[in-house]
Ligand binder design. Sequence first.
Ligand SMILES: [Zn+2]
Length: 113
Amino acid sequence: MAFFDEVKRIGKNLTEKGKDVIEITKLNSQINSEKDKIKNLYEKIGAEVYKAYAAGEETAYSDLCAEIKKIEDTINELTNKVLELKNAAKCPNCGAEVAKDTAFCSKCGTKLN
Ligand SMILES: [Zn+2]
């Protein structure tokens, strides 16, 4: 019966290896979800630092904040080009996109020129 014992042993090993693979996948998924939490906190820290920089406060990260400011300026330029092509503008009060020939913002009711 040594043959059947051997088959049983190999089968058991495979089952345990399968369980290990499942466990490893589960643990890696937990690790990634914890890493995501760190990323979100980094983002919050960065946003707070940038908010302080934008408010004129002194920061040790003014070079990086200046880079963000430059990127924001580029985004604004690109956004304005898109608005131009759509013959639209941004409401000065709420920032909603409004057609250029509209007299009032459809979102907040602000009078537009
Ligand atoms: Zn508005």
